[in-house]
Design a protein around this ligand. Structure first.
Ligand SMILES: *[C@@H]1O[C@H](CO)[C@@H](O)[C@H](O)[C@H]1NC(C)=O
Ligand SMILES: *[C@@H]1O[C@H](CO)[C@@H](O)[C@H](O)[C@H]1NC(C)=O
Ligand SMILES: *[C@@H]1O[C@H](CO)[C@@H](O)[C@H](O)[C@H]1NC(C)=O
Ligand SMILES: *[C@@H]1O[C@H](CO)[C@@H](O)[C@H](O)[C@H]1NC(C)=O
Ligand SMILES: *[C@@H]1O[C@H](CO)[C@@H](O)[C@H](O)[C@H]1NC(C)=O
Ligand SMILES: *[C@@H]1O[C@H](CO)[C@@H](O)[C@H](O)[C@H]1NC(C)=O
Ligand SMILES: *[C@@H]1O[C@H](CO)[C@@H](O)[C@H](O)[C@H]1NC(C)=O
Ligand SMILES: *[C@@H]1O[C@H](CO)[C@@H](O)[C@H](O)[C@H]1NC(C)=O
Ligand SMILES: *[C@@H]1O[C@H](CO)[C@@H](O)[C@H](O)[C@H]1NC(C)=O
Ligand SMILES: *[C@@H]1O[C@H](CO)[C@@H](O)[C@H](O)[C@H]1NC(C)=O
Ligand SMILES: *[C@@H]1O[C@H](CO)[C@@H](O)[C@H](O)[C@H]1NC(C)=O
Ligand SMILES: *[C@@H]1O[C@H](CO)[C@@H](O)[C@H](O)[C@H]1NC(C)=O
Length: 481
């Protein structure tokens, strides 16, 4: 299948594709992809890990095993109670968590440490993690976020956003935070982290937010992270946010927020590489999973792409948003993303690609396979913007490139709209391939709506728009077979 690669490679390097070029491009090499990715800071260090192949579990399902380097048992294990924490659901334990981590830092290079959170309800404000560190929540353990915004310190905005995502200036630190860490595990025996986000959602609704809301968990500039076997609830904002990270495994998580809680995305890999998300159930007020890479001129300048990301066996619902989305912040570029075995019900869209003039960057080589949708209004939606910019400094000539979107084996029942694929006038979305797609239960008036897109389709029902019925035969990566 190596001959498939040059199509995307040429596009990443900035070449303009015309239909008649497709076959010529197929003869080029994949070099451009490697050149591009080698330019990102973390790429060379994480590449060897991906080489360990996806061995599969006992039942033969593919697994994320190559993405996280297993850590040895920690030498030093201690309970948060030893730092004075009280799990009575009333005592504020911020100082206990912060002291515990500060103390456990001294074990980073002495065999690592584990902080246990026993059965009980532990109220706390934001705290950091350390390296070679496990946060373990016993069965029945609930970490409950403080509802006093002062317990969520203000930190610097991300360079790739230039400001807080919602408000200018700094932003609230996440409840559980890490920066510059390696070998971190957040796990347990189905314990819960509850962000008690209602005060923040209310401030959003009544427009009284002073600073951008904090995430439930944010890890920045970190490598080799695993988050597993827990329930996360009621995040004030996006729930899990790995940014400038590599080798992150998120597995067997339940993520819940009220279906009308604003911007409570499940998992948002952002400017990060080698991320695997599998076996998660997510229901919330925003996208279940959204892959991002920075915002307009700040994201372009920071130039940290998201690539080599797998999202598999994820299910859930979000009534006004999407199952999985790419963007809209994508200015550092997004490539080589695989979404498979995704089940979405009762949602606004299944698979969504969102960009905007001013974003720059690219969305390349996205593969979406085996998708089951139930009562999802618009099964596939590409959109081109909502005039959402960080400030007046965005570049109207920074037009994103969207090339190489492969969507196959999708069944959608009780949808109300056919796919809506809206590309940009100055940069049509190219190399779209859709195969074996059945959208059932549509009103007969529902037809595909396509603007500024081109590509190929086969075995799609109802029949596609003319723009996706290219009159040259499809390339091998989109073969009809
Ligand atoms: C495109 O993505 C697929 C699936 O992730 C991957 O196997 C393939 O190598 C990628 N191609 C390029 C050129 O990156
Ligand atoms: C973490 O532990 C590994 C050994 O397992 C060690 O090589 C590394 O330096 C440690 N990291 C830190 C930050 O101390
Ligand atoms: C947790 O503690 C409560 C109160 O002591 C008890 O009722 C409950 O059974 C415990 N849960 C677990 C899983 O041990
Ligand atoms: C968390 O760590 C950062 C450095 O990454 C530091 O600036 C900050 O003060 C720490 N915050 C807390 C609450 O410990
Ligand atoms: C998933 O996590 C739950 C606890 O949250 C645990 O009981 C279950 O065994 C885990 N499943 C797998 C396959 O690890
Ligand atoms: C995990 O805990 C949640 C409640 O926090 C519960 O709904 C769920 O069934 C539990 N899962 C397992 C596998 O025990
Ligand atoms: C907005 O919501 C916050 C949080 O619930 C509340 O403290 C504040 O009084 C509300 N402000 C207005 C104007 O409703
Ligand atoms: C999840 O929990 C199950 C049951 O305790 C355990 O077998 C499994 O290894 C855990 N998985 C991860 C990824 O933590
Ligand atoms: C694309 O990602 C897949 C894993 O999903 C990986 O096997 C492949 O090597 C990646 N390709 C490139 C060019 O990075
Ligand atoms: C078409 O897609 C359906 C549903 O995803 C799948 O069950 C079926 O095997 C696919 N057919 C082929 C020929 O791949
Ligand atoms: C749509 O839902 C209705 C029930 O609400 C069901 O009877 C019907 O079969 C569904 N349509 C399709 C195509 O599945
Ligand atoms: C391909 O040919 C058909 C029939 O002549 C036409 O309707 C359609 O617009 C053409 N598609 C493209 C992309 O040119």
């Amino acid at each position: 299948m190596d001959e498939e690669k040059p199509f995307f490679a040429a596009v990443i390097s900035g070449g303009t594709i015309r239909h008649s070029w497709v076959f010529l491009l197929l003869m080029f090499t994949v070099t451009a992809v490697f050149t591009l990715q080698a330019a990102t800071k973390t790429f060379s260090s994480v590449w060897p890990l991906l080489g360990q192949s996806d061995a599969g579990d006992h039942a033969g399902h593919p697994t994320c095993s190559g993405f996280f380097r297993p850590v040895p048992p920690r030498k030093f294990v201690v309970s948060v109670t030893e730092f004075g924490a009280v799990g009575d659901g009333r005592t504020l334990n911020t100082e206990a968590f912060r002291k515990a981590v500060q103390y456990l830092k001294s074990f980073e290079n002495r065999g690592g440490s584990q902080l246990n959170v026993p059965n009980g309800t532990w109220i706390t404000g934001s705290f950091n993690l350390s390296s070679n560190f496990t946060l373990f929540l016993d069965e029945g353990a609930i970490i409950l976020a403080s509802q006093d915004p002062k317990d969520w310190p203000i930190i610097e905005p991300l360079p790739s956003y230039g400001r807080g995502r919602e408000r200018l200036g700094g932003r609230h630190m996440s409840l559980i935070h890490g920066n510059g860490l390696t070998n971190v595990v957040i796990t347990g025996n189905n314990g819960t982290v509850d962000g008690q986000g209602k005060i923040w959602w209310d401030q959003w609704w009544n427009r009284t937010l002073e600073h951008t809301r904090g995430h439930l968990v944010e890890l920045m500039n970190s490598n080799n992270i695993m988050i597993s076997n827990l329930t996360f609830r009621n995040s004030p904002f996006w729930t899990i946010h790995p940014v400038y990270c590599s080798n992150v495994l998120i597995k067997n998580m339940t993520i819940l927020a009220p279906l009308n809680a604003p911007n409570t995305d499940g998992i948002d890999p952002d400017s990060s590489v080698c991320i695997c998300i599998e076996d998660c159930y997510i229901e919330s007020g925003d996208d279940l999973v959204a892959v991002k890479s920075g915002w307009d001129q700040y994201g372009i300048r920071t130039a940290r792409p998201s690539s080599n990301i797998i999202v598999r066996r994820v299910s859930g619902t979000t009534p006004t948003c999407s199952g999985v989305s790419i963007g809209s912040e994508m200015s550092g570029g997004i490539s080589n993303i695989t979404l498979e075995d995704i089940h979405v019900r009762d949602s606004a869209s299944g698979v969504r690609i969102k960009t905007e003039v001013g974003r720059g960057g690219y969305i390349v080589n996205i593969s979406v396979v085996n998708i089951a949708l139930k009562r999802v209004k618009t099964p596939v939606k590409f959109s081109r913007g909502a005039n959402d910019h960080p400030d007046g400094g965005w570049d109207p000539n920074a037009i994103p490139r969207v090339v190489g979107i492969f969507i196959a084996d999708m069944v959608s029942v009780n949808s109300t709209k056919a796919p809506e694929l809206l590309g940009m006038k100055d940069a049509p979305y190219e190399g779209i391939c859709m195969k074996n797609i059945s959208i059932l239960g549509l009103p007969s008036s529902a037809t595909w709506h396509c603007e500024y897109v081109s590509g190929f389709t086969s075995r799609v029902y109802p029949s596609a728009c003319p723009q996706l019925m290219s009159n040259i035969s499809s390339p091998s990566w989109c073969s009809v077979a």
